[in-house]
Design a protein around this ligand. Structure first.
Ligand code: HEM
Length: 137
């Protein structure tokens, strides 16, 4: 139950952070900021959009994990799954975001290497939850 609360708390705060990033992107459009919108900077725009979209959706995944742990009898989030789902929701969007801050000739910056690490954590967490739910009865 305590772990479920942690995912719900993390998920709702994280949702707020990444919706705010969406609002920031909206403002960059509104003020026609070239650093974000110029054709030569399209990788930055792609990276920031991906950070916003993945951060938002992974926040919702954490809320879903918290609700699943609360509502399914006999199911608990393992510590490793809890770790994986929270760190995936941090590293994946952070990687996209950092990859967009400094770009090299159409390539994202080195921060983008955090993305595959976050993706592996996410796969582990999701597979483990699916297996644990299937093995309940
Ligand atoms: C659950 C809520 C949300 C989800 C799942 C979500 C998801 C997404 C996705 C998937 C994209 C990429 C669309 C594409 O490029 O085809 C996107 C783009 C965008 N979102 Fe959100 N979004 C959410 C909320 C918001 C909010 C609240 C704002 C601002 C107030 C916002 C602002 C933007 C902007 C400005 C873009 C375009 C960025 C660009 O192309 O430069 N989003 N969002």
């Amino acid at each position: 139950m305590v772990k479920a609360d942690r995912h719900l708390r993390f998920g709702w705060w994280s949702l707020l952070v990444f919706l705010s990033l969406g609002l920031t992107l909206e403002s960059l459009h509104g003020f026609k900021v070239g650093w974000y919108l110029d054709v030569g900077n399209e990788v930055r725009r792609l990276m920031f959009t991906l950070a916003h979209a993945h951060g938002t959706l992974l926040a919702l995944v954490n809320i879903a994990a918290g609700l699943t742990a609360r509502n399914v009898d006999g199911f608990e989030l393992r510590p490793s799954v809890s770790f994986a789902l929270i760190w995936a929701a941090i590293l994946l969007p952070a990687g996209f975001f950092l990859g967009g801050i400094v770009i090299y000739d159409g390539d994202p910056g080195l921060g983008v290497w955090l993305v595959p690490v976050g993706a592996l954590l996410l796969f582990y967490g999701v597979v483990r939850v699916a297996l644990d739910l299937s093995n309940l009865r």
